[in-house]
Design a protein around this ligand. Structure first.
Ligand code: MG
Ligand code: ZN
Length: 370
């Protein structure tokens, strides 16, 4: 009995010394990182389990849920209505960014949190003025007004942004270069590459606009932009232990779904899974950060079907041995999409609820209610 206790004690001691202990999980999150994979249903996520060479980071979550995604008018949402649901907790029509059915502005989480002294940022692999990131800082009746959205970004509370979309700032219809505007001067805006933390840390606000429209595909050399820009944002916003909210989007899983392009989809999904890994590594060490990972809707009606084959009798069967993923639509679908959460309050994201509840849960847990 005595020996067994000593053995147990030594084992615990050994396990304890093995790794620097993570900070204890606090009750309420101080920081929130929202990761959105545009157009990603359960089948897209499942693809990581069959096509990624290393264990998917999705497996690191203990708390999962499902959300309904319909818009105020349509069964099938678009990214603007669903982005507005996440950012403002309100249902609106497809195409609407930060405005309600009657076109009135609805306050977003960036506006709400920044009043509490929280630093805020957005990162995407689309143009930074695209519907999903725009929902977190802009108010327009139509998502296609990207030049207006660009102007609103510079006038917003956002402290850090990274993505594409140079043409919506520089080559506008009215020939006004927004990079020369007074508001843009509050930012340090880089258009060539992501800089090291040391060279941006003293800037008041920081932006990176690295392509004319969307960022390149993974297959065209985007590299680790998404992870790098996100983790730099975390470091920049969290200086001196300041509370922060950061939304980072894997935008092109949706585009691959629209294109019905399996290889494009898988490479973008794996890039997003890498981002999850980096963010969870940070959150585990930090202990005060809530991480929520979800999607605005599913795209493509994607399914991990088996390869079709024809028997000797001429019948078509589907193989159970070899996968041949297929799509059922070139648009979005109405399927429920998964939610994954880690950190203080993560258990609140279990269950089946609506996309607008993501907003309400986050601001309640973080204490950002008005
Ligand atoms: Mg998007
Ligand atoms: Zn889409």
């Amino acid at each position: 009995m005595h020996n067994k206790l000593i053995l147990l004690f030594s084992l615990l001691l050994f396990m304890g010394c093995n790794k620097a202990p993570n900070k204890a999980i606090t009750k309420a999150p101080k920081n929130v990182i929202l990761l959105i994979s545009d157009g990603t249903g359960l089948s897209q996520i499942s693809a990581a389990y069959y096509y990624k060479n290393t264990p998917p980071n999705y497996s690191r979550f203990e708390h999962t849920g499902l959300i309904t995604t319909h818009s105020s008018r349509e069964d099938i949402t678009d990214s603007a209505a669903s982005g507005t649901a996440f950012a403002s907790g309100e249902k609106t029509y497809n195409g609407a960014v930060g405005v309600l059915e009657d076109s009135t502005k609805v306050e977003n989480i960036v506006e709400i949190a920044s009043k509490k002294g929280v630093k805020t940022g957005v990162v995407s692999t689309s143009s930074i003025t695209h519907a999903t990131p725009a929902s977190f800082y802009a108010h327009v009746t139509d998502r296609d007004f990207e030049e207006q959205i660009a102007l609103q970004l510079l006038n917003s509370e956002i402290d850090y942004f990274a993505g594409g979309g140079k043409k919506f700032f520089q080559n506008k219809m009215d020939e006004i270069n927004l990079f020369n505007s007074k508001k843009a001067k509050e930012f340090h805006i880089d258009t060539l590459q992501i800089s090291p933390y040391e060279s941006i840390k003293s800037h008041k606000k920081q932006g990176f606009i690295l392509s004319d429209d969307g960022m390149p595909k993974m297959s065209e050399g985007r590299g680790d932009f998404l992870s790098k820009a996100t983790m730099l944002g975390v470091e920049f916003l969290h200086q001196n232990d300041t509370a922060f909210f950061l939304m980072s989007e894997g935008s092109q899983i949706d585009w691959a779904g629209h294109d019905n392009d399996v290889n494009y989809l898988i490479s973008e999904l794996i890039d997003f899974d890498e981002l999850i890994g980096r963010v969870l590594d940070f959150a585990e060490q930090d202990g005060e950060t809530l991480v929520v990972v979800t999607s605005d809707h599913e795209t493509g009606g994607f399914t991990l079907a088996g390869e079709n084959y024809i028997t000797n009798e001429g019948k078509t069967y589907s193989s159970y041995k070899k996968l041949e993923p297929k799509f059922s639509t070139g648009g979005h679908s109405a399927t429920l999409v998964p939610v994954f959460a880690y950190g203080p309050g993560a258990e609140q994201f279990s269950g089946v609820y609506d996309n607008t509840d993501i907003f309400h849960k986050i601001i309640q847990l973080a204490g950002w209610t008005q």
